[in-house]
Ligand binder design. Structure first.
Ligand code: NAD
Length: 497
């Protein structure tokens, strides 16, 4: 019998009554780690109802008390950092170092949520008219929902529920069915921190459970991170049901390499940013755009990539782990084949890579394509595998035009020694997160995660000040206090004088 991943409903971890379970597997061995339920309609309903009931009292808890609980939570997360990373490594295949990074980037958001009182401050203007003041309050919305992807099972749930809950909302999390054990452990620690039991609910499932949440009349806001086509469905359905929705979605990130850049830095960062985490990062660099003479560095890029070997999560020599599932591997192999068929030059082919001790794993080795053109499927689709494409252009303007014509706009970077080139790039590029000699420019939590174009649907972005705005409503008060109770007949004017 395998462990059944429990739901967290009404403050209790409970086994689902469904008969429909999926296996959670170790991607390096296909060994079954646990089974995850496709929760019943009643269970999803119960989670939302419980969250709704708790909202009435949780929103009245003073902000400093909410912050104090969050301080305890971030401390517990740090105490359990290695343990969380180990669970995460086993269900995702990520190397231990990478898994620790996944947990850490989430902890940083929980830390930031500890400053919630300051983050929720409103505005005041005294004397907007004689003896009249206007000030604004930020108040929580109610039940918020988070739907998260497989590739960061600690960081991305932690992008969402700590801030939403610190703002005074209650939260229903629907984690990825592919790696639900890490989010479940995050929820256990959350209860251990002393939060009221039913402020956070966790229901497991897939499309059916998500759709129930998207259309539930008591859900006020939905945060989604995942692929673009699912994000479009979430955005359309959620907004059609008059909810506030933010969707952080897919990507195709380019790194522009100017010929004046530090070559060794470029090669080292291009390798890590493209095949690290087996390319399963929404901010992974999947296209290197070599400008002018930087095109002569292709052999060195290949030689560096060739040295990276996939391996087990606890193998310190491993550069990255297996892909999340056999289906993901099949998809990546099919895209690699399409690149070959459409005339890209396959300089390094990881399709047949296998691990001698763990041949069952979803392994794909580092793969490099040259002579890539924008009409090819490898360029048009998010591969989400350890595959780097190289495109050569003559000028920085041509590189910018290529990137701006791409429908995604999550992240990009430029490597150069020229401040002028970098400034020109940062101004003209139509991408929401830009690195200058920084390959994966994920902003820390006091900023927000600001993907553009098809990498984001919504208005307010993930974490930081924008997320506080997303999870709250502004109430604006205009107040006058009379110093006597004289009434001089009805006042029919709406103007403030
Ligand atoms: P996914 O879209 O398949 O799944 C995401 C979530 O949606 C899961 O919880 C899943 O159960 C649910 N889901 C799947 N299909 C659904 C459907 N038809 N209707 C309703 N819900 C559905 O994504 P994934 O494969 O888990 O994650 C990888 C994707 O996430 C990549 O495209 C990656 O770029 C993206 N991502 C984006 C960011 C970002 O910040 N922009 C961050 C991480 C990952």
């Amino acid at each position: 019998m395998h462990t059944k991943v429990p739901n967290l409903i009404n403050g209790e971890f409970c086994e689902s009554r469904t008969e429909n379970y999926l296996d959670v597997t170790n991607p390096a061995t296909q060994g079954i780690l646990a089974r995850v339920p496709m929760s019943t309609t009643d269970e999803v309903q119960a989670a939302v109802q419980s969250a709704k009931a708790r909202f009435a009292t949780w929103k009245e808890v003073p902000a400093p008390e909410r912050a104090r609980l969050m301080l305890r939570y971030q401390h517990l997360l740090k105490e359990h950092h290695d343990e969380l990373a180990e669970i995460l490594s086993q269900e995702t295949g990520k190397t231990f170092a990478d898994a620790k990074g996944d947990v850490w980037r989430g902890i940083e958001v929980a830390e930031h949520a500890c400053g919630i009182a300051t983050l929720m401050m409103g505005e005041t203007v005294e004397n907007v008219a004689r003896d009249i003041d206007t000030y604004s309050l930020t108040q929580p919305l109610g039940v918020c929902v988070g739907i998260t992807p497989f590739n960061f099972p600690a960081m991305i749930p932690l992008w969402m529920f700590p801030l939403a809950i610190a703002c005074g909302n209650t939260f229903v999390l629907k984690p990825s069915e592919q790696d639900p054990m890490t989010p479940t452990r995050l929820a256990e620690l959350f209860l251990e921190a002393g939060f009221p039991k039913d402020v956070l609910q966790v229901v497991h499932g897939g499309k059916e459970q998500v759709d129930q949440l998207l259309t539930h009349p008591d859900v006020r806001a939905i945060s989604f991170v995942g692929s673009a086509h699912v994000g479009q469905h979430i955005y359309r359905t959620g907004t059609d049901h008059l909810k506030r929705v933010q969707c952080m979605t897919g990507a195709k990130n380019h790194m522009v390499v100017m010929p004046d850049a530090n070559k060794q830095q470029v090669i080292s960062h291009l390798t890590g940013a493209s095949v690290g985490a087996a390319g399963q990062r929404c901010m992974a660099i999947s296209v290197g755009v070599l400008v002018g003479e930087a095109g002569e560095w292709i052999d060195d890029i290949k030689a560096n990539l060739e040295q990276v070997k996939p391996g087990l999560w606890n193998d310190e020599a491993a550069g990255f782990g297996p892909l999340i599932s056999p289906a993901a591997k099949e998809r990546v192999l099919e895209l690699i084949q399409s690149g070959k068929d459409q005339g890209a030059q396959c300089l390094l082919d990881g399709s047949s890579y296998t691990h001698t001790d763990y041949p069952e794993g979803n392994w794909v080795g580092p793969t490099l394509f040259g002579n890539v053109t924008p009409d090819m499927r490898v360029y048009q689709e998010e591969i989400f595998g350890p595959v780097l494409l190289l495109v050569q252009v003559d000028t920085l303007e041509a590189a910018i035009e290529l990137i701006n014509n791409n429908p995604f706009g999550n992240g990009t970077s430029i490597f150069t020694a020229s401040g002028g080139a970098a400034r020109y790039f940062q101004h003209h590029i139509e991408v929401g997160q830009v690195g200058i000699n920084v390959p994966i420019p994920v902003p820390l939590p006091f900023f927000s995660f600001t993907g553009w174009k098809n990498s984001f649907y919504g208005d307010q972005h993930a974490y930081g000040k924008q997320a506080v705005r997303f999870y709250t409503e502004t109430k604006t008060i205009t107040a006058r206090w009379f110093d006597n109770d004289a009434v001089s007949g009805p006042n029919m004017t709406i103007q403030l004088k």
